[in-house]
Design a protein around this ligand. Structure first.
Ligand code: AMP
Length: 328
């Protein structure tokens, strides 16, 4: 059975971007592949979180994974920092990762611009840690959103480079996996590009009805089209994209026809969208709260996941050490 790996950073709650960009694929893939889904707490250290925040966020994401429907009997769910072999592989990959290529990664360049006072080595080497996460289990498929394309290219490059340097055919090159033909990019409703935690525009799975409504009603719109069948400007296209993701085709078509006929009332559209988002989030939200209350269950899932994942990682590391020339 082919192996799949993917992870999410515990820097807050899961939002609709995480769900439709990644978790939705996890739910399908767990039935068909040998899946490892992790909580990327080492990655989150680039922003220097307080220990209490790490503990809380890791627990939250674990509960949210389970509430979304990831089944620990089917997929291995684990916390990255429980599997120390990943850090050792990260070290080996870093020895063959070059400053120039790491500096050219778009998400690194964005961070240099957005947080010039905290351009740490962890940010620079983010792609080699991500590659280690993936290839430690010799994964061939990685369900990720569109924003991760460049990091995935780096992961393939590092796997290939390791094979070339040591003259082996050891690591497979991992491919990005998307449920549909095209990778999903869940938009923000603030008129900008994608929904994200750091973009401050996220709608979280845990948000209650009132919060969802207030976020959606604030979505950026315009005064409406004046010509029939006009092209939609970005903020409006984003609103429709979100509706396409969470609402029924009939609902989408109804508002699309209104737009095309220059009869759109954005207030009505937003109300409907908020209702549909709430309908989608409600059962997940209720499960999150139930699971969060059960520390014993969460601890057991984390421990069992760590054991299963460490076993797979230790096997790879034994072989990698031998390939490199270290004692077993
Ligand atoms: P992050 O929250 O950045 O750790 O991302 C975790 C996963 O969610 C990755 O697979 C991302 O590609 C995916 N993701 C995050 N935001 C979005 C978005 N707005 N649209 C699609 N996928 C996303």
């Amino acid at each position: 059975m082919e192996t799949v790996v993917s992870g999410i950073r515990p820097t807050g709650n899961l939002h609709l971007g995480n769900y439709f960009g990644a978790v939705k694929s996890f739910l399908q893939m767990q039935h068909e592949y040998n899946c490892f889904f992790f909580i990327a707490d080492w990655h989150s250290l680039t922003t220097h979180p307080h220990p209490d925040n790490i503990r809380k966020s890791v627990k939250t994401i674990l509960a949210e994974y389970l509430a979304c429907g990831i089944d620990p009997d089917k997929a291995t769910i684990y916390i990255q920092s429980d599997v120390r072999e990943v850090a050792e592989l990260y070290l080996y990959l870093n020895m063959n990762a070059y400053l120039g290529e790491l500096e050219r990664v778009t998400s690194f360049k964005d961070k240099v611009r957005s947080q010039p006072n905290n351009v740490n080595a962890g940010l620079l080497t983010y792609p080699s840690l991500m590659a280690a996460d993936i290839i430690i289990h010799k994964a061939v498929k990685v369900p990720v959103g569109k924003d991760q394309e460049q990091n995935m290219e780096m992961a393939r490059k590092f796997a290939r480079r390791f094979n070339n340097i040591y003259g082996v055919d050891y690591f497979p090159e991992p491919a990005s996996f998307h449920l549909s033909e095209k990778a999903v990019k869940v938009p923000g409703l603030d008129g900008s590009g994608k929904m994200g935690k750091s973009e401050g525009n996220a709608i979280y799975l845990i948000d209650d009805e009132k919060t969802i409504k207030s976020k959606v009603m604030k979505a950026v719109t315009d005064s409406g089209p004046t010509e029939p069948n006009s092209e939609k400007p970005e903020p409006i296209a984003n609103l429709f994209m979100m509706m396409d993701i969470v609402s029924t085709p009939d609902t989408y078509n109804f508002f699309n026809e209104k737009y095309n006929a220059c009869e759109i009332r954005y207030g009505d559209m937003k109300k409907q969208l908020a209702e549909d988002i709430n309908l989608f989030c409600k059962p997940i939200r209720e499960r999150i709260n139930d699971i969060l209350a059960d520390d014993t269950f969460l601890e057991r899932i984390a421990r069992e996941g760590a054991e299963k994942s460490a076993e797979s990682a230790a096997k790879t590391l034994r072989e990698v050490r031998e390939i490199i020339g270290f004692r077993p």
